[in-house]
Design a protein around this ligand. Structure first.
Ligand code: 7RM
Length: 683
């Protein structure tokens, strides 16, 4: 990377002028969207020069063409994969079930490995890994290929066949990737369970998927402590009758229990394994993986993805959204236990022959500059993380990134939640040095791959907007009756045409699949059924999408339906606030009153005066209707393990004080206890 300063051009914008926000709201809208962000940023000439796509006009033309014939567009992208047999028919839609590239045969591990080892990439680094204690490993494509072949033979030797489900419960070690690709190689379906989940959550996911084998490790390093994964597996397997074998990778060397006949050491099995395992010829619709995602209540949903369509869309989006080139060092900080880890650490980047950085541990271990230290030492060029992490970095302060040379970075990305404009600007300025475009990527476990996102060389960026649907993705914002919303009218985010990496069903529960996703906008005589994302959004006058968060989090105040994310964004734009979560509590007069949980920046005092100031601030940013009725200071918010704020729990706390729903995905159970106690003290 050249170190020359080529600051991005910014129109209408940044330094002096604070973002202008319209005060008025459209009262006819089903969901009112009240924030208006005016800044626009374009990629520098230097970035555009080497980008895969550098013209907005071209992108718009591509989107228009693909919109007319999305199937033809995706067929062209599918041609970039290596098929053992070409498909007979590209697309079949029988509401609400889809198939893509029917009759085609391929293998996902072949896409990620075999096709690179016959080229110059054989000796290119596939994975650059750094353990939390500081140990490092580099696996070339050839080395990864060998390990995956051997481990595929290990799985076979334990009786694993096509369509068997294998649970993977590991930390961020290369062996987790090897395990996934080995499953894919022999046609087994992997079910990765995030290593931070409890034994109970693991058991539920093993039993629901009827897994035959579990792959785990003794323990993982996290913030200097050992997370004892094998102990959790032992506990889970007390009531998991389908599991016959467990493979244990030795990571920390801690003492664990090995059950004779059931448990096997990874390294012992690998010693005798043959290094050649032919990839299975799998049909395009062969199930590649199940990944559980929490429902708002009750049991988690087993999102099922298949092979051909999924590989097509993750391969295309990784190349285009991250503008991936062969000399990039790409780092996605997600855990392999989330869909982001599946699609954008493993399948997408490896199918493109990328070099992927993988880090085992916490962002603040041993100090809050660990990520920036990694970026500097490894000269990371593409960095993809979550808004929740960015807000944590902001809270820890600029001094940590400032200590490091981050000039290798050329592109930044975010995923997981709406990013508020203040966090976007901080990311752009402090991490990206005003040189790196930011791709704000909207997608879901269910969508499998990125759906709405800038293409960084082409799309002018607006802080806080995921910008436009990718070519071939027919997303829209609609009213309850399915008609399109006007510009800036809030509504439901839907997808009007099936896309290749769409999940095919909920494992073992097609009825729930239909109910949750396909019943809000069923087919009528004038339209196909729409996929309902569960998110609220608006499109602005340029057609840019602004995601307002989950529909379940929309609150009704005095007849106005507000997305809580917007009120939160207004709060976070105050210099004293690090994070905020807003929920509603029933109120006799207004229908609902807004309660804001606010985490202050380090060193800021919790005073009555600040409370008033924050209410006024929201009044100024959005309007008087959005002023929180109550502001509760807290030191942390309840979040899922992947960093999403669990507003449902806060809602339960402010309404009944009792939490009834599922909390297995909660990151830190103590947070809820502290919030509940606080509530008792104050009232
Ligand atoms: C990839 C992932 C999906 C939900 C989704 C949204 C929210 C994700 C963005 C976003 C605004 C974004 N899968 N979400 N990305 N909201 N802007 N760029 O996160 O299944 O775990 O979550 O996350 O609500 O529906 S997920």
């Amino acid at each position: 990377m050249a170190k020359k300063k080529a600051a991005g051009r910014s129109r209408k914008a940044s330094k002096k002028a604070a973002p202008k926000r319209a005060q008025q709201v459209t009262t006819t809208a089903e969901i009112e969207s009240v924030l208006r962000e005016q800044r626009v940023f374009e990629a520098s000439e230097e970035f555009k020069k080497r980008a895969h796509l550098s013209s907005f006009t071209k992108l718009k033309r591509l989107r228009r063409e693909a919109e007319k014939d999305p199937v033809a567009f995706w067929e062209r992208q599918a041609e970039a994969l290596d098929w053992f047999r070409k498909w007979d028919r590209a697309f079949e839609w029988k509401y609400p079930f889809v198939r893509w590239f029917i009759g085609g045969q391929l293998n996902a591990s072949y896409q990620c490995l075999d096709r690179h080892i016959t080229t110059w990439r054989r000796n290119k680094a596939a994975i650059v890994w750094e353990g939390e204690p500081g140990d490092q490993r580099i696996l070339t494509y050839d080395a990864l290929y060998n390990e995956v072949n051997k481990f595929a033979n290990v799985l076979k030797s334990l009786g694993i066949k096509r369509r068997d489900v294998v649970a993977i419960y590991m930390g961020m070690v290369p062996e987790a990737v090897i395990a996934m690709l080995a499953c894919a190689r022999i046609g087994a379906t992997h079910n990765v369970v995030f290593g931070g989940f409890s034994a109970e959550a693991l058991r539920e996911r093993i039993n629901d998927s009827k897994a035959k084998l579990v792959i785990t490790q003794d323990a993982a390093w996290r913030r200097g402590n050992e997370v004892r994964l094998k102990d959790a597996v032992d506990e889970a397997l007390k009531k998991a009758p389908t599991v016959k074998n467990v493979i244990v990778y030795r990571r920390t060397g801690t003492e664990i229990n090995m059950k004779m006949g059931r448990d096997h050491w990874w390294h012992e099995l690998m010693e005798g394994a043959s290094p050649v395992c032919k990839p299975e010829r799998l049909s395009s619709e062969h199930p590649l993986f199940i990944l559980y995602t929490s429902g708002s209540t009750g049991k988690p949903k087993g999102v099922l993805h298949t092979t051909g369509g999924y590989m097509t869309q993750v391969t295309y989006t990784t190349k285009m959204v991250f503008d991936l080139h062969d000399d990039d060092l790409y780092w996605c900080t997600a855990d392999i236990g989330w869909v982001t880890g599946h699609s954008y650490i493993v399948y997408g980047p490896l199918a493109n022959g990328a070099t992927v950085l993988m880090y085992e541990g916490a962002p603040n271990y041993p100090a809050p500059d660990r990520f920036w230290d990694i970026v500097e030492r490894h000269r990371v060029t593409i960095f993809y993380t979550a808004p929740t992490a960015i807000r944590a970095f902001m809270r820890w302060g600029e001094s940590y990134p400032r200590k490091h040379d981050l000039s290798s970075l050329r592109l930044l990305g975010t995923v997981g939640e709406p990013i508020n404009p203040e966090a976007w600007m901080w990311y752009y300025t402090v991490i990206g040095g005003k040189r790196c475009p930011i791709v704000d990527t909207w997608w879901q476990t269910e969508t499998g791959a990125i759906m709405i996102s800038p293409l960084p060389g082409a799309t002018p960026l607006k802080p806080g907007s995921a910008t436009l649907p990718l070519p071939g993705i027919l997303a829209d914002v609609v009213r309850s009756d399915g008609t399109s919303c006007k510009a800036n009218e809030g509504g439901y985010l839907v997808v009007k045409h099936p896309w290749p990496s769409m999940f095919r069903t909920l494992f073992g529960d097609p009825k729930r699949y239909k109910e949750v996703y396909w019943s809000k906008f069923p087919p009528t005589k004038d339209r196909n059924g729409y996929y309902f994302t569960g998110d609220g959004a608006r499109k602005d006058e340029d057609g840019y999408f602004w995601i307002m968060g989950r529909i379940d989090d929309v609150v009704n105040v005095s007849g106005h339906r507000l997305g809580t994310a917007e009120v939160e964004s207004a709060l976070v734009s105050h210099p004293s606030v690090a994070e905020a979560a807003v929920v509603a509590r029933p109120d006799e007069i207004k229908g609902n009153a807004l309660v804001a949980f606010v985490v202050l920046k380090a060193g800021v005092k919790e005073t009555e005066k600040l409370r008033q100031e924050l209410r006024e601030h929201v009044g100024k940013e959005i309007g008087p209707i959005a002023k929180p009725d109550e502001i509760r200071f807290t030191d942390a918010l309840p979040k899922t393990r992947s960093g999403k704020i669990m507003r449902r729990l806060l809602r339960e706390i402010v309404t009944s004080g009792v939490i009834r729903g599922d909390i297995t995905t909660l990151e830190d159970k103590a947070v809820i206890e502290r919030l509940r106690q606080q509530l008792g003290e104050e009232s």
